[in-house]
Write a protein that binds this ligand. Structure first.
Ligand code: UT7
Length: 329
């Protein structure tokens, strides 16, 4: 008997209005437009500036649009997964806050903290509830307000990250297309290179942690870069091999948008034609859990039913992986 697949039946995304350009960053830190573009491919990123607004507010905008677009009532949603490292509060989960803001009352919700791999881990998790036959409508959100944990005096990190959010509706596939397979990985020893030092149970917030700027992203870029390329090439190769796919079978590669040089190295390592690679890093920078749904939403008008797509990510944890899906509409 064929397995019941979960399919993406709708996608929406949102980025805040404010554009933080390289020129503006030149005024904040010792950097320049040429260095940022040549080393990262980023021209600008969006920043959620309004006071009192958080990840749940971006997500609420996206979820409302998604429900409307897919003709779904909030009451029909049974599970909502919010993938983020910048949730509104340490607890409760932001997923619950989003449900409250959009009127979803018959669901349970939780967050997934897998940094840049969050959306991929969430997509796989959400699809399993559909495959098991227990749930029929699941929303998976990838959202981050990275500006809330970035030190705008640290040129090694402030040039990279931005804010953004995307979400998909998952439903049982009716045409055989959907989320087919994932190879997901983690290696906690990578935490040394990418983390936030304080604010958790290891080092609760104190005057000292604030003074030492320990509530911001800490990254050793070079170490992360190498692991990211290797990790994405390896998991994409594995998921292709497992599903008997060659590069010519794949219509789109959707890589995490962390650095154009990482994206190019991954495409080269897999010998993929660049015209099949979704890239929008120049407009948004690295939105952590937001990058994959922001790409899929932008390319949605070009996608065709049956298109073979591979999503791949690498991020803090370390966490990484690749998911193979066929577009369902
Ligand atoms: O999504 C989560 C996973 N994260 C990633 O995938 C990020 C991976 N890493 C990267 O994208 C890159 O490592 C960075 C963009 C963070 C840095 O690029 P890099 O080519 O690895 O630069 P680097 O850190 O090796 O620095 C090279 C030089 C250094 O100067 P010296 O020592 O050669 O004189 C830096 O001080 O560039 C300097 N530098 C800068 N110069 C101008 C570092 N940041 C900047 C800057 N502007 N913003």
């Amino acid at each position: 008997m064929n397995r019941q697949l979960a399919a993406i039946t709708g996608i929406e995304a949102y980025v805040p209005e404010y554009r933080l350009t390289n020129i503006e960053l030149e005024k904040l830190v010792d950097t320049n437009d040429e260095w940022i573009i040549s080393r990262t491919g980023i021209k600008e990123r969006r920043i959620q500036k309004e006071p009192g607004k958080a990840v749940s507010d971006m997500a609420a905008i996206v979820v409302k649009k998604l429900l409307q677009k897919t003709n779904t009532s909030p009451d029909e949603i049974e599970l909502l997964i919010c993938c983020t490292v910048t949730g509104d509060m340490v607890f409760p989960d932001t997923g619950n806050i989003i449900c409250d803001k959009v009127g979803i009352k018959n669901a349970f919700a939780f967050d997934i903290n897998a940094a840049c791999s969050g959306f991929l881990f969430g997509l796989t998790t959400g699809s399993k509830f559909i495959e098991a036959g227990t749930h029929k409508k699941v929303i998976v959100i990838g959202a981050d307000k990275m500006s809330s944990i970035i030190d705008y005096t640290d040129r090694a990190t402030c040039i990279i990250f931005g804010d953004g959010c995307g979400a998909v509706l998952l439903e049982p596939s009716t045409n055989g297309y959907g989320i087919v397979d994932s190879v997901l990985r983690g290696d906690g020893s990578g935490r040394e290179y990418l983390h936030m030092k304080a604010g958790g149970s290891l080092k609760p917030a104190s005057l000292e942690t604030v003074m030492n700027k320990e509530h911001f992203v800490y990254q050793e870029g070079k170490a992360v870069f190498k692991s990211a390329v290797n990790g994405m090439v390896d998991t994409v190769s594995k998921v292709m091999e497992r599903n008997h796919l060659t590069k010519n079978d794949i219509d789109w590669l959707v890589p995490h948008q962390a650095n154009i040089r990482i994206i190019n190295s991954v495409a080269d390592g897999l010998d993929f034609d660049k015209s099949k690679v979704m890239i929008n890093i120049e407009k948004y920078g690295n939105t952590t859990a937001g990058t994959l749904p922001l790409c899929l939403a932008e390319w949605e008008p070009k996608l065709k039913k049956g298109d073979k797509i591979i999503l791949t990510t690498f991020g803090g944890g370390f966490t990484w992986g690749a998911t193979y899906l066929t577009w369902a509409y």
